[in-house]
Ligand binder design. Sequence first.
Ligand SMILES: [Zn+2]
Ligand SMILES: [Zn+2]
Length: 335
Amino acid sequence: MRAALLTGYGAPLALETVPRPMPKADEVLVKIEASGVCFTDVHIWRGDHAAPDPLPLIMGHEGVGRVVALGAEGGRLKIGDRVGIGYVFGACGHCKECLTGGENYCGEFDATGFNVSGCFAEYVCMRHEWANLIPEGIAPTEAAPLMCAGAAAYASFRKTAVQPGETLAIFGLGGLGQYAVQIAKLSGVRVIAVDINAEKLLTAKALGADETVIADVQAGASIQALGGADGCVNFAPVAATWPLMLAACNPRAKIVLTGVPADQMTFYAHEVIERGLQVIGSSASNRQEMTEVLALAAGGKIKGVINQRPFDAINEALSDLINGTVEGRSVLTFE
Ligand SMILES: [Zn+2]
Ligand SMILES: [Zn+2]
């Protein structure tokens, strides 16, 4: 099969022919139709988080394709089923997190495209228990980014706990932010979109954002002038949004952190204490959240801004993501 191999951190991925994997007893073999490129892949590619095993590594954790072979266990899947592959390859299944809807916080979870081979290849093995069936009516290119970006945006939005009529400020209007705007509007929430890029704010407005604010030093005050935020969610992978969110929050607001900055976020404790703020981390999603976001997309309620390219253009897709020149999510297709 053709695969894009990470052979050295920071080096272009090598497009090579490698043996097709064989599914283990609890796995199925999936022929990939579409594979999304995520900023987590950039972190792995740069070596921000070194892979547990020696390179080469096949990255990629936003895959959609058809089941073409079953492992000995088989499970509930049949040949030909269209399934989605997300960041969590598998978790222990018996810890408190796994048993209470927090499987993506299991201390022993394996990540697709990091601990095990991922979706930047023609074929990938996945555990049948972790396969999300893709509903009819969603194209593979539309479904692929839902497996990580869409589901992570959905999980983050849920954690803000904003209610209909309340205001959510969404920081960072890349792919996750675009999904979050649509999900929040479906819930009757007033949305303030915040980004440094005016074009991304125009897209956010087109997707339903009620207000837009440029993410300069005045952003907190601008949001306060609009009534303040009852919740904030940060998808921008920078610490610079942190003081803006603190300034934007109304008392007892929740701040959900999803984008991972490289630098530290600092604050005086009284800023959080005296206003009763809550700061919550959110990483990836559980399978139920994936199912729910897929159902919204199948019903035509949310739609990704998709930048489709052939698999061979994977290195350009990565560098465009690093340079911030991609609008929405990049999805590779296989022919
Ligand atoms: Zn991802
Ligand atoms: Zn567990």
